[in-house]
Design a protein around this ligand. Structure first.
Ligand code: BTN
Length: 346
């Protein structure tokens, strides 16, 4: 399906079936009568039933009961872009939000849209968000597990900065995610260089910034964010389970993904403006407070093609270009722009 057709735009003209679904989601677990839905949307009851059947064919578990109406299960957890937007205090992030229930990768869709749209058609701050992805992408060509219940979003940014500053931007995005998790849920989340978010040493979110650049100026950055929000770790491949966690796993209850998405955008906007004004330097003291493994013995694996070199030392911090500072045993320092970081095994 064409990317333009796949996504619903908020604010914008929302199809009737989505309005019906929205009303059912407002009272999950409880029946809403066909009459009420008809009155709300000013259409006949047979027309409501037709829309319900479309939703059912699309896989939405709607129960229809004679004389009672329709209901969705209490446990049905779908993103609500309208609710996200009503919690925004931003001036451009999340304005608009493009939403789809399922796609391959929101980053791929965002890059495609950015390639064929002018800044007027696709303004800075546009967010693409999906309830699930079939080909989620992680860093270094890895795949990103994207089961329902997670958060999969890509933000279109148009920073007029040199491409060399984009890695530092992805640290800012990771910091915004960690801060939002703390603010909304009270969970202490750390930023693991270059762009992971950890809780209790296990990965809960990741950031993948991809860019288009022309003549040394970045034209578009697609900042992709994946958060393991509401799913059990059993849905992940066994190899990932030890290193991964989810917010619902940590809290023992599902979280409100809409509030979290709004908080990520509300937190990121002022940080992004600070970054555009003065780079990472002014933000570093705050980032370093939640920097995973700071002051600890670490190992960093160079991920540049053809040089699988491993370095060990003490993680001293991040420099204003977003590079990792490694203190070596001989007292010198080494700076890394990319790599795979882990705690040094004892
Ligand atoms: C990583 O930690 O390796 C980065 C993961 C980034 C995942 C997000 S989910 C939304 C967006 N779409 C993708 O395909 N990837 C990013």
């Amino acid at each position: 399906m064409d990317v333009h057709e796949k996504y619903l735009k908020f604010p914008g003209e929302v199809p009737v079936k989505w309005k019906i679904l929205g009303r059912l989601l407002d009272s999950r677990g409880t029946f809403v009568s066909g009459e009420e839905l008809g009155d709300l949307l000013q259409i006949s009851r047979p027309a409501i039933w037709k829309q319900i059947q479309i939703l059912m064919r699309e896989g939405i578990p709607i129960e229809a009961a004679h004389r009672k109406g329709y209901r969705v299960p209490e446990s049905l957890d779908l993103l609500r872009p309208d609710q996200i937007q009503s919690s925004l205090v931003t001036s451009f992030l999340g304005r608009p939000i493009l939403y789809t229930r399922e796609t391959g990768s929101t980053n791929d869709d965002a890059k495609l849209l950015a390639g064929e749209s002018s800044p007027d058609e696709l303004p800075e701050g546009t967010v693409l968000i999906a309830d699930t992805q079939s080909r989620g992408k992680g860093r270094l060509g890895r795949s990103w597990q994207s089961p329902p219940g997670g958060i999969f979003m890509s933000i279109i940014l148009r920073p007029r900065v040199s491409p060399s500053r984009v890695p530092a931007l992805s640290i800012v995005v990771g910091f915004a995610v960690a801060s939002a998790i703390k603010d909304v849920l009270g969970l202490f989340a750390e930023v693991k260089w270059p762009n992971d978010v950890l809780i209790g040493g296990r990965k809960v979110a990741g950031v993948l910034c991809e860019m288009r650049a022309e003549l040394d100026v970045t034209s578009v950055v697609v900042a992709g964010i994946g958060v393991n929000a509401n799913f059990d770790l059993e849905v992940l491949p066994p190899l990932l389970r030890d290193k991964t966690t989810s917010l619902s796993w940590e809290l023992g209850r599902p979280v409100d993904r809409n509030s979290l998405v709004a908080s990520v955008l509300n937190t990121l906007e002022p940080l992004y403006m600070e970054f555009l004004g003065g780079g990472l330097s002014r933000l570093l003291p705050r980032v370093e407070k939640v920097l995973a493994y700071a002051g600890m013995p670490v190992r960093i694996q160079n991920t540049s093609p053809g040089s699988p070199e491993v370095s060990e030392g003490i993680l001293e911090g991040i420099d204003p270009d977003g590079r990792l500072i490694l203190g070596l045993p001989d007292g010198s320092r080494r700076y890394f722009s990319a790599g795979d970081l882990s705690l040094r095994p004892v």
